[in-house]
Write a protein that binds this ligand. Structure first.
Ligand SMILES: [Zn+2]
Ligand SMILES: [Zn+2]
Length: 274
């Protein structure tokens, strides 16, 4: 039985609870990532492939690979037994009441914990589009699929995050303002808007009423100089007393620690003021 992630984040900084491999859109194998994690001195390391979905998505694991993924995790656990604890998880999207971390399939799956993240946002006709990934693709979706209504996309994204929290069934909330990455490229003052901040406040108060751990996702820090959630909202999380995990969301073995030390240092500095 693996250790609870709430205990892991209290016990040590030598963890990473969010990583992708060959089983979804990661660029390295589980073996290569595990070796890099040990090399980096990690005590706990989690695999979080993008889970199978009921809609077509090239970034997600195929259902027929699930057994192989479980077997590979078991093998690696044996290999690293006593040196590093490997956790098995999925990064699960929320696609409405019928699909999300809360459904039976994920509740019964042999996982150590569940990571809940929103990447897909339904348009005005209820068709799902992946709003993560390259800005050019996102901008095309906003123009053609969402009728040019960027505020709709942002509000709908947060609605997905909020309903996912309400439905529950997950332990770790992934990059809860990720939409701001692409959306703020099109609308640079987006995060200064009062209505936007109110959405963030809603997420923080919702999550603070649960035992869910909130992730500070450090993947984009080197390239974009920002974290998810953005640094400007960290004070709200500290004030709400929400448990925090610092995760690299690595897709490459060479990036398993990307931005983690910087985020932890900044967070510790800020926490002194509270
Ligand atoms: Zn994600
Ligand atoms: Zn991820």
């Amino acid at each position: 039985m693996a250790t609870d992630i709430r205990d892991i984040i209290k016990a040590t900084d030598a963890y990473n609870l969010h990583a992708h491999t060959q089983y979804c859109d990661g660029r390295d194998t589980m073996d290569a990532i595990a070796a890099a994690a040990q090399e980096a001195g990690m005590r706990y390391f989690a695999f979080t492939p993008h889970s199978p979905l009921p809609i077509v998505s090239p970034c997600n694991m195929d259902m027929d690979k699930v057994g192989e993924y479980y077997a590979r995790t078991d093998k690696l656990r044996e290999l690293y037994n006593g040196k590093m604890e490997l956790l098995r998880s999925f990064e699960v999207d929320y696609l409405g009441p019928d699909f999300g971390p809360h459904i039976d399939w994920f509740q019964k799956a042999p996982l150590d914990f569940r990571l809940g993240s929103v990447h897909f946002v339904p348009n005005q006709e209820g068709i799902w589009f992946d709003c993560d990934g390259r800005f050019e693709r996102f901008a095309g979706y906003v123009k053609d699929a969402y009728k040019g209504d960027l505020r709709y996309v942002v509000e709908k994204y947060f609605e997905q995050v909020l309903t996912m929290i309400e439905r529950g069934g997950f332990d770790l909330l992934g990059h809860f303002d990720k939409i701001a990455g692409n959306a703020s490229e099109a609308w640079p003052e987006l995060e200064d808007e009062g209505w936007y901040e109110a959405l963030v406040d809603d997420v923080v108060s919702h999550v603070a009423s649960t035992d869910v751990v909130v992730e500070i996702n450090t993947k984009a820090y080197a390239d974009k100089g920002r974290f998810y959630p953005a640094e400007r909202w960290w004070g709200k999380l500290i004030a709400a007393g929400v448990p925090i995990a610092f995760d690299s969301d690595a897709h490459w073995a060479s990036k398993i620690e990307a931005g983690r030390a910087e985020a932890m240092e900044k967070f510790a500095q800020l926490k002194k003021k509270y």
